[in-house]
Ligand binder design. Structure first.
Ligand code: SF4
Length: 197
């Protein structure tokens, strides 16, 4: 915050890490800036969590999205998430992220090293070559238990899908209840959406 605010932008996917990061950063800087990538295919519980957090902290999270689902179907055919999930994530997540990051110097995400093999080297602050700016993962070395302890201690709103077996939460078409990130693109041999390299 000291180094980058207000050219620092916090990505929120409204999983448990977002609740913690939002609380921590707003304690440090009440005008911290937050954004979300709305794929239009998120769970109702995720939208509700966003509303509850915005109310709790009296903030507005800025929203970035891709083309409408109708436009997507017209140009790419039906059910792109099944036919080509990389292209679907590209249109609905990666391109809107680039727009969100185009005018800041640092972004913040909720990656934790224990979430998956591909995240085990996530750094707390490093240069993001993919997007050409700095990136912070303030919870990189936090355990699942630490995240829940923080949420409990501060009585934070969190996504109720976590209580129903979803350890990781993305779009409705591509998320099943599972431990770790095993429920993400479970049938597609895909593990990341492309936002984090
Ligand atoms: S997670 Fe699935 S539905 Fe969401 S943008 Fe990626 S492929 Fe599309």
């Amino acid at each position: 915050m000291e180094r980058f605010h207000p050219r620092l932008y916090v990505a929120c996917s409204f999983q448990k890490e977002a609740s913690v990061i939002m609380d921590m950063l707003l304690r440090i800087e009440p005008s911290a800036r937050f954004f979300t990538l709305d794929t239009d295919l998120l769970f109702e519980e995720t939208y509700e969590t966003r509303r509850r957090l915005e109310e709790r902290f009296d903030i507005e999270v800025e929203v970035y999205r891709g083309p409408s689902l109708a436009e997507q179907e017209e140009s790419h055919g039906p059910e792109l998430w099944k036919a080509d999930p990389d292209a679907c994530c590209g249109i609905r997540k990666v391109t809107p992220l680039k727009r969100a990051l185009s005018e800041v110097d640092c972004w913040v995400a909720g990656l934790r090293r224990e979430q998956s093999d591909s995240r085990r080297f996530a750094s707390k602050l490093g240069y993001d070559e993919l997007h050409g700016l700095w990136k912070a993962n303030p919870l990189a070395d936090w355990s699942e238990a630490q995240v829940w302890a923080y949420i409990d201690k501060h009585d934070l709103p969190y996504n109720p899908l976590h209580d129903r077996g979803y350890e990781s939460i993305g779009c409705t078409h591509c998320t099943l209840p599972s431990e770790g990130r095993g429920g993400r693109w479970a049938d597609a041999g895909k593990t990341e959406c492309g936002l984090h390299g």
